[in-house]
Write a protein that binds this ligand. Structure first.
Ligand SMILES: [Fe+2]
Ligand SMILES: [Fe+2]
Length: 273
């Protein structure tokens, strides 16, 4: 059975004296690619589907929230943790991933600019999450954000982001898989129920999704009934309450080297160990 130690070791190389040392992804600048479905240049997206605005909101909100999550998780790493030596280095390295994600989204914003009014809207959302952090266990807020919002946002990038943003999303999703596994597992070990977050966090999760993907409406004939607020909200609800969202699995897998049906269950986002 996979353990939390495995989760940490999977991201490490063995350094001097046989000590595990975390390895990090290094984001690089990239060029814009056409906005297409599934990165297929023959399937371009239509202006009226709201894709461009949604991508701006996703990039803008990640720019605001990645660093918040970094701080939240660091706060948790300094507080009471479940027994076991692995939690602190695991949480610290997870937290350090968020700097890379932020950098990745900065590169994204360099080629898909985010208008100032969109940045303001995203900033207002981030302030609400920062306030929520003061009221809850420090891992609960990042868990709800990563499972219920980031996962959905990354899934959307994978379908309509074009090749460049698809690649970025896949790379970040690998880290988010570890982060959600860590946070859900830690909360369970601490006796805090991750599957039924307090009402204020649930409201905030739903409000956030409404802001960032509420304008998306890709017709069913193009991608099936999935890129609209109703579907994405349902997927988010299910991911939070069960750790799984069956209808969403084929866009939430975390590595791009495999076909979805080849993915080990451990690599789906929200599995606890
Ligand atoms: Fe992140
Ligand atoms: Fe994360």
């Amino acid at each position: 059975m996979r353990t939390i130690e495995d989760v940490y070791l999977e991201r490490c190389y063995i350094g001097e004296g046989g000590k595990p040392v975390p390895a990090f992804w290094t984001p690089k600048p990239f060029s814009a690619t056409p906005l297409t479905l599934y990165g297929d240049d023959r399937l371009s997206v239509r202006e009226e589907w709201g894709v461009r605005e949604t991508l701006e909101l996703i990039i803008g909100s990640q720019l605001e929230l990645e660093i918040s999550v970094k701080d939240f998780v660091l706060e948790a790493a300094r507080g009471d943790l479940p027994t076991g030596q692995v939690w602190k280095p695991l949480l610290k390295s997870n937290s350090a991933d968020e700097n890379r994600h932020f950098q990745g989204f900065e590169y994204a914003a360099a080629v898909y600019p985010v208008p100032q009014e969109v940045r303001e809207k995203c900033k207002a959302i981030a302030v609400r999450w920062q306030d929520a952090q003061k009221r809850h266990h420090p891992l609960l807020v990042p868990m709800v954000l990563e499972v219920g919002v980031f996962l959905i946002a990354l899934g959307v990038l994978r379908i309509v982001g074009g090749r460049a943003l698809m690649g970025l999303a896949a790379q970040i999703a690998e880290d988010e898989s570890r982060h959600t596994t860590t946070n859900v597992s830690a909360l369970l070990a601490l006796g805090i129920d991750p599957y039924h977050p307090p009402q204020d966090l649930e409201d905030l999760r739903r409000d956030t999704l409404e802001v960032i993907v509420g304008g998306l409406d890709v017709p069913e004939r193009a991608v099936g009934d999935r890129l609209n607020l109703d579907f994405l909200m349902r997927a988010s609800d299910e991911l939070i309450s069960t750790g799984d969202a069956q209808d969403f699995t084929d866009i939430s897998f975390v590595v791009d080297r495999h076909l979805p049906f080849e993915i080990d269950n451990n690599l789906l986002y929200t599995r606890a160990v």
